[in-house]
Design a protein around this ligand. Sequence first.
Ligand code: IPM
Ligand code: MN
Length: 383
Amino acid sequence: AETTRIAITPGDGIGPEVVGEAVRCLETLRAKHGLAMEWTRFPWPSHAWHEEHGDSMPEDALKQLQAYDAILLGALGDPGPMDDPDRYLLPDSISLAPLLDMRKGFDQWVCERPARLLPGARQYLADERAKDIDMLVIRENSEGEYVSQGGRLRKGTADEVATQMEVFTRKATDRIIRYGFEQARIRAGERVKEGRTRSFRTLDGRTCESQVCLVTKRNALRYWGDMYTEAFEEIGKEFPDVATHHELVDAACMKFVQSPWAFDVVVASNLQGDILTDLAAVLSGGMGVAPSCNLNPTDPTMPSMFEPTHGSAPDIAGQGLADPTAMLFTTARMLEWLGRKDPTLAAAGKELFEAVAADLAENAGSQRGTREIGAAICKRLTA
Ligand code: IPM
Ligand code: MN
């Protein structure tokens, strides 16, 4: 197969440390299977690059990255020294904009955040049934609340008014909802193969193997809420094998905590999905294990971007303490995604997922450092 090229952007804080373990695993898998895969490390986007060049990335950053099949990103953001009173008061440009630039620039219109409570992961909910938590939150990643239009009128005065526009297009709505239904079908198929079927009830009393829950706030945010609901109902007709369900976002938060095992695929807007996925991450073991995939499923010339949901954790950076598990699950997802072009990579991704999951299951609650965890997983891969 043609060589798959990965752009590696370690970023800030614990990013370089956890990315180091990802690269070690990639090297191990490449050597083991003779995979046609290579990667290049970039010193940007990062805080350090910003300090030196006045911007988080070079001007032609997206052009450079577009030559790759995927981007593997560590973490971004550096609020400054712990004893600095101005910590967190840095200008916008330093913060996390590059992430949004990449999502937008490469039209990564899907954000997939799987939340499955695996054995060995920290279980925050006391209920036994938490073991059955296995959902995929699909966040609309191209528009909505993140269009960044608006402004501050009479800025700095007592009469200031800030506006922040939300824009929802039918095209982006249809494609994210259709994607959700397709994923529900795929997940049901995988579960059947693995012999762990689930059942969901439709409104008319039928039983289905999978479900899509649409989240909106249509009782208050009528216009896009109604459009989302109409699109959902229409597209749902093409998927009679998938049960449909609707929640308002506030109730969804409540039910995520009350009965998260009742969800399968969840489709939400950009901001509501952002919020729900932090909650879902905690329900499925916390930030230490949660992967995040920013995908462009429609344009093969655009790289997709893979990052752990966790941040740069500057308080523990540089000490070898960060848990690379989320980064490694993310790397496994990336390989599975790249497997669309080269099936040997999909197999390697599955193998990495199994190794990370096995390591997690056997070391529940252990106090291991970044290198130690990475080394244990590599060892499993070579065994
Ligand atoms: C995420 C993050 C980003 C987002 C921030 C850093 C802009 O919270 O990836 O979930 O809101 O999308
Ligand atoms: Mn977030």
